[in-house]
Design a protein around this ligand. Sequence first.
Ligand code: PLP
Length: 479
Amino acid sequence: MTPEEFREAGHQLIDWIADYRTNLERAPVRSVVSPGEVRSAFDAKPPTETLAFETLLERMDQVVVPGVMQVQHPMHFGWFPANATLSSVLGDIASSGLGTLGLSWESCPSLTEVEEVVVDWLRQLCGMSDQWTGAIQDTASTATVTAAFAARERATGLAQNSGGLQSEPRPLCFYTTSQAHSSVAKAALLAGIGWDNITMVQTDPVTFAMDPNDLRSKIRADIDAGKLPAMIVACSGSTGVTAFDPLDEVADVVASFVGETGVDEPIWLHVDAAMAGSAMMLEEMRPLFDGAERADSLTWNPHKWMGAILDCSLLYVRNSAELTSVMATNPSYLRSAADGAVTQYRDWGIPLGRRFRALKVWFQLELDGVDAIQARLRRDLANAKWFADQVEAAEDWELVAPLTLQTVCVRHRPPGLTGDALDAHTLAWLERINSSGAAFCSASRLGDGWMVRVSVGVETTESRHLEALWQLFQESVNL
Ligand code: PLP
């Protein structure tokens, strides 16, 4: 494709995207395709002839779009807001168009330095002190496993440079809660910790937040049993109910064990704020994150509520040398005269080659503006509060967890319905809504029962959409 051909097709593509977003509200929220249906619309053999761009766009409409769960739809309340603001889409297109190769500072100085700028802007916007530096990772899962590697190496005094985990005399232990995202246990497993050494700390029965006293006793028990506590992952906004672990108290526990674990360094404290981190952009919400300054690492995803299109997750660390000493490589073919004077982002995570992801953040911040982003987040908080108020006030409806942010956790409990019958009722009324295409919410287990999560925060969701959803909820339980 020549640049001129690209220009022509590109204009059509931008029109197609703009039309798609404009008309999205009319589409069913949940994809209606059956497993294998999209695949079967393609030839099994690779193409032997070229297609006209118009035909390709028709195929997008006919084959691809029906297989898309419309997470940008204003009636999408599933999982979490995966906003892909159009300003950030432009930045993503610009990144693709530049076709950069981020292997080292030298391979694209702008890629490194714009990333340094936007990561620091977001730090400031979140009210984090200038002790923190960070990098963009693809996802929070990657950020957390990266932090887990650093935690492991802190606890073992950089054992990777000798016998590694296999030469450790004591098993390392990680601590989190049952509310943590599955990526946390996955990070521990990938870091070689093993299921037996992942300790689930008790949570408060009402708030589902980590119980620091239980954390303290579990760490004590592990030390007494000859184990080495290495990492705590605290949730700031857990996946199911948006629980906020008491970071200050957790940091107090960490401080109380300095010198007790048999190694000089404190237990690594990582904060998973993947979904909720956007709320740090609102000064009034920052008390939820009190104590985060005392952690060693923190991850949050601009690609969720804030709206920089996936993939864009931030990993901040308080001491970057601890991370880079674990992650650094220095292959001869990548050396340059700038080494030592510049940031080498390959030393901040797992991949070598990186995309110019900072552009989508930069575009979003410049084009939408911080004020508008903050206003949108506040609108979503108010909408979630309105919805929670309706649930609380209605007979037979209940909030199964306190509303901390923008996710409302709901159950409809007709008198006398419990256990499996209640679960069947919950899943049935939700399925009636989801299969109608009018809205989408996701179900999730809480304790030993199912609940429905209303995750408010799609960019185009306004109060009228919440009103419509509440109407749907009431109709669906009466069918
Ligand atoms: N942590 C929390 C609290 C989450 O809610 C999620 C995703 O929903 C993740 C981690 C995983 O995020 P990612 O898809 O960026 O790995």
